[in-house]
Design a protein around this ligand. Structure first.
Ligand SMILES: NC(=O)c1ccc[n+]([C@@H]2O[C@H](COP(=O)([O-])OP(=O)(O)OC[C@H]3O[C@@H](n4cnc5c(N)ncnc54)[C@H](OP(=O)(O)O)[C@@H]3O)[C@@H](O)[C@H]2O)c1
Length: 269
C-alpha cells in the first residue's frame, strides 16, 4: 500500500486548508476516506471547515491554527508530523504572492514570502519524511506553480520561490523513493480561488479560458501522484505552456514579456 494512491491515505495534513486549492484537497481526501489535520492562520475558519467535513464525511479532523511564515508557527506542525497518529500524506499548499514589483517591495515582505513559500515547505517536508521513511509508506505534495518554470512574473521573488519548490521536490523524491515514499511538485496555472484578490493582484486582463477549477487541479494531482510522477502540471494548456517555458530560448521569453515592463500587479500562474 502506498500513499501515492488516494484511496490508501489514512491521514493527511494539509496546510492552507481553509480556502482554494488547500480546501479542495481537504474535501477530496475526506471524500476518499482520510482523516485530516488542517492548518491555516484563522482559527475560526479552520473550526468551520473541520465541522463541515466531519458532519459530511464522519472522519476525524484535527486543526492547528498556525502562521507558517514564522519559525514559532511551524513548530506545532512539525511536532504533529513527528509524533501522534501517523500522517501518510502531507500537502504543503499554503503560499503567498505579492501585489507589487520587486523594486517597489520591502525586504520584510519579500522575506515573509520566502519564509512561507520556501522555509515552511522545507521544515514540514523534513519533519514528515523521517517517520514516513521509517514506516516505508507516505507521500508529500508540494504546491508549486507553472510560474516557477520561467521569468513569467517579472521582478518578483514569487516565481523564484516556486522554482525552488519544484526543484527541491524533484531532488528529495530521488532520495526517498528507495524507502517507498514519494515527493511530488504540483504546478498549477491560474486557478480560480480568490487568491489573487486576497493578494491584491489585478487579474482583470486574464481570459476566462485560462482559469482552472481547484477541484480539477486536485483530482489531476492525485492521479499523477498515483502514477508516480515527480512533477504534476494539470491541464493540457499548461502542459504546453510549461514545455514552451522549459525549452524556448530565454531571449524569446524576454521579448514576450517586454510589453509587461513596469507592470505593478504581476500575475501568478
Ligand atoms: N490560485 C492560483 O492561481 C495559483 C496558481 C499557481 C500556484 N498557486 C499556489 O497554490 C497554493 C494555494 O493557492 P490558493 O490560490 O488556493 O490560495 P488561497 O485561496 O489564497 O488560500 C490560501 C490558504 O493558505 C492559508 N494561509 C495563507 N497564509 C498563511 C500562513 N502564513 N500560514 C498558514 N496558512 C496560511 C490561508 O488561510 P489563512 O489566511 O487563515 O491563514 C488559506 O487557507 C499557493 O502555494 C499558491 O502559490 C496558486
Amino acid at each position: 500500500m502506498t500513499a501515492g494512491h488516494p484511496g490508501s491515505t489514512r491521514r493527511a495534513l494539509v496546510t492552507g486548508a481553509t480556502a482554494g486549492i488547500g480546501a479542495a484537497f481537504a474535501r477530496r481526501l475526506a471524500a476518499d476516506g482520510a482523516d485530516l489535520v488542517l492548518v491555516a492562520r484563522t482559527a475560526d475558519r479552520l473550526a468551520e471547515v473541520a465541522t463541515e467535513l466531519t458532519d459530511r464525511y464522519g472522519h476525524r479532523v484535527e486543526t492547528i491554527p498556525a502562521d507558517l511564515s514564522t519559525v514559532d508557527g511551524c513548530a506545532p506542525v512539525t511536532r504533529r508530523l513527528a509524533a501522534g497518529p501517523p500522517v501518510d500524506l502531507l500537502v504543503n499548499n499554503a503560499g503567498i504572492s505579492l501585489d507589487r514589483s520587486f523594486l517597489r517591495s520591502s525586504v520584510e515582505d519579500e522575506e515573509r514570502l520566502l519564509r512561507l513559500n520556501v522555509h515552511a515547505v522545507l521544515r514540514l517536508t523534513l519533519a514528515a519524511l523521517g517517520p514516513m521513511t521509517e514506516r516505508r509508506h507516505g507521500a508529500v505534495i508540494n504546491v508549486s506553480s507553472v510560474s516557477g518554470f520561467g521569468p513569467v512574473m517579472p521582478g518578483s521573488t514569487y516565481p523564484a520561490s516556486k522554482a525552488w519548490v519544484t526543484s527541491f521536490s524533484e531532488s528529495v523524491d530521488l532520495s526517498v523513493r528507495p524507502f517507498g515514499v514519494r515527493v511530488m511538485a504540483l504546478c498549477p496555472g491560474y486557478t480560480a480561488t480568490g487568491y489573487h484578490e486576497r493578494n491584491g493582484i489585478d487579474m482583470s486582463g486574464t481570459p476566462r479560458w485560462m482559469w482552472l477549477r481547484a477541484d480539477d487541479v486536485v483530482a489531476e494531482a492525485l492521479r499523477d501522484l498515483r502514477k508516480g510522477k515527480q512533477v504534476s502540471v494539470p491541464d493540457w494548456k499548461y502542459k504546453l505552456a510549461v514545455a514552451g517555458l522549459r525549452h524556448a530560448p530565454r531571449r524569446l521569453l524576454r521579448l514576450a514579456y517586454r510589453d509587461r515592463r513596469g507592470r505593478v500587479g504581476p500575475a501568478d500562474g
